[in-house]
Ligand binder design. Structure first.
Ligand SMILES: Cc1cc2nc3c(=O)[nH]c(=O)nc-3n(C[C@H](O)[C@H](O)[C@H](O)COP(=O)(O)OP(=O)(O)OC[C@H]3O[C@@H](n4cnc5c(N)ncnc54)[C@H](O)[C@@H]3O)c2cc1C
Length: 381
């Protein structure tokens, strides 16, 4: 007979693994089922930024970012595994007057809410980033954010959850779910079927496929996002760089490039993103994507012309129509939960996954999470 668990989590990305850790910490018998490798969906393929100044300005997100950064500062120690946590500067480059005005307002709100953000004019930006071609830029918004190794981040949560007794299984795809009377009664895998009091779908871009197994629909869409890593540069680059018009550039377009990069501890650059709108989950990068990112990067940093790209990749990135995460119990279900599509995932999950673990156990979260409720889509249907 298959063992019975209190909670089954489907999906071993950073969201599922951090939730498993917080459940195991509460003494809950937890099983996590991951189809492939832990972190092998979107999580290990990301840049590892704990973003601070780019997200939504509602009180909930501002709190989660602020509290998440505080939690991240001691999380390696808490989990007992290093993931190369460090604080870095972030310049959000501003190419238009309209965005300068928008960011001036954002900087004020962010700073008032404990996320210090400064407007830096073109001259000051040039001093801070001597290799940047500032032509066409008005300046930048500057804030401090975190950086980590996303594979080690997933691994740290997985190992800590295991140590606390969670059963974390890679290479175990969920191929079906049986439901009766508003409850998921079993979860089917090639290794057998499992049952639990509660089931959490945390399968990133694959979440709609999982929910379809019980006839449910949550509008989690995805784009295909490409990135690449360079060799070590040995150039004076320390800060993370991004474009203030990222969303304007990519929104509603079949495909678009908006470049940004972060600097690895050894001086290599992780360069993102070429984005394609698609209904098909796939992996891999394209000639179009690599060439587009390289061209945009060289316009900003001509000195990188001699630096070689070593490896490129592409994975799906999940989002919802209102760009808010989906966190909580599925409407009309007794024991089915969904968690995903976070915008600033690394910054927020150290706190949000803790709250989610509590909600799975019927605890009320410390702040109202109606903004993230799956029920908002049920009402729209
Ligand atoms: C290029 C790029 C850069 C990014 N940079 C950042 C960044 O700097 N900071 C940041 O916060 N976010 C970043 N993101 C976004 C971030 O990576 C995602 O928000 C995050 O990884 C989502 O985690 P997840 O656990 O929801 O999904 P995933 O990591 O995709 O995990 C879902 C898991 O579910 C598994 N699964 C699917 N189907 C099944 C099944 N049937 N049975 C069992 N398991 C299944 C998948 O294999 C997968 O491992 C970036 C994304 C991209 C693409």
């Amino acid at each position: 007979m298959s063992p019975t668990y209190d909670v089954i989590i489907i999906g071993g990305g950073m969201i599922g693994l951090s939730t498993a850790y917080h459940l195991a910490r509460r003494g809950v018998r937890t099983l996590l089922l991951e189809a492939g490798e832990l972190g092998g969906g979107t999580s290990a393929a990301c840049s590892g930024r704990a973003q601070t100044i780019e997200g939504h300005l509602d009180p909930l997100n501002l709190y989660l970012v602020r509290a998440g950064l505080e939690r991240l500062a001691t999380l390696e120690e808490e989990l007992g595994h290093p993931f190369s946590w460090r604080l870095v500067g972030y310049f959000c480059l501003i190419p238009s007057q309209h965005l300068w005005e928008l960011w001036t307002q954002r900087a004020r709100i962010l700073s008032e809410n404990g996320i210090p953000t400064y407007m830096v004019d073109r001259e000051a930006l040039q001093k801070e980033e001597p290799l940047l071609n500032t032509a066409g830029l008005l300046g930048a918004a500057y804030g401090q954010e975190g950086l980590l190794n996303p594979f080690h981040f997933c691994w740290a949560y997985a190992q800590a959850a295991r140590w606390l007794g969670a059963d974390i299984r890679a290479g175990t795809p969920v191929v079906g779910m049986q439901a009766a009377g508003g409850r998921v009664v079993s979860v089917e895998t090639p290794a057998g079927s499992f049952s639990a009091g509660r089931v959490v779908v945390a399968a990133g871009a694959w979440t709609p496929q999982l929910l379809a197994m019980v006839g449910e629909l949550v509008p989690i869409h995805f784009t295909h996002a490409e990135a690449f890593v360079t060799e070590r540069t040995h150039l004076p680059l320390r800060n993370t760089i991004g474009m203030a018009d990222f969303y304007e550039q990519i929104h509603g377009k079949p495909r678009a490039v908006s470049v940004g990069f972060s600097v690895e501890p050894d001086g290599a650059l992780v360069v993102t993103e070429a984005v394609t709108r698609t209904d098909t989950i796939r992996r891999g990068c394209s000639v179009w994507g690599l060439a587009g990112m390289a061209a945009h990067l060289l316009t900003l940093y001509p000195a990188l012309g001699r630096v070689r790209a070593l490896r490129g990749w592409g994975v799906p990135t999940a989002f919802t129509p209102d760009d808010e995460p989906v966190v909580g119990r599925m409407a009309g279900w007794d024991n089915l939960f969904v968690y995903g599509a976070c915008l600033e995932t690394i910054s927020t999950i150290p706190v949000l996954s803790d709250w989610m673990a509590g909600m799975i156990l019927d605890e009320a979260p410390p702040m109202d999470l109606a903004l993230y409720s799956p029920a908002r889509f049920a009402q729209a249907r």
